[in-house]
Design a protein around this ligand. Structure first.
Ligand code: HEC
Length: 113
């Protein structure tokens, strides 16, 4: 009994870890989210040079820049989720799922590598 209990407790802890990580960000999904929603402003390579960019003040962020790369995931996800007041960066929380926002973040992390 004791053996069974500690064995299943260990299993529960272990599976908890696995579940917490069961949806790792998917860069491929992120890429299609990006191409659908972000390219027009941020550009194919994330340089902030999409077709709409010339019309925007301030211009879209250069996602390949050190300024952006240095920011942590929480900060960037917040901007993606809530948008950026005073700029044309839209809030995506009603258009994208949390998973899609994490995927698109993983994708933009690949820029400039
Ligand atoms: C209508 C144009 C537009 C679209 C579409 C758009 N963005 Fe932006 N984005 C901007 C602008 C403008 C800024 C703010 C630039 C600044 O801070 O001066 C910005 C800022 C950002 C930042 C913050 C960078 C920083 O320095 O903190 C991230 C991250 C970002 N966008 C990601 C995305 C993602 C991901 C998508 C697609 C889901 C997207 N954007 C779609 C215009 C856009």
């Amino acid at each position: 009994m004791r053996v069974w209990l500690s064995g299943s407790l260990a299993f529960m802890c272990w599976s908890g870890v696995v579940f917490a990580d069961s949806h790792p960000a998917n860069i491929e999904t992120g890429g299609s989210v990006y191409r659908t929603n972000c390219v027009s402003c941020h550009g194919m390579k994330g340089r902030g040079d999409g077709p709409v960019a010339v019309h925007l003040t301030p211009p879209p962020a250069d996602l390949t820049s050190q300024t952006v790369k240095q920011k942590n995931d929480q900060d960037l996800l917040k901007t993606i989720r809530e948008g950026k007041p005073g700029t044309s960066m839209p809030a995506w929380k009603s258009g994208l799922s949390d998973q899609q926002m994490e995927d698109v973040l993983a994708y933009i992390r690949t820029f400039g590598e």
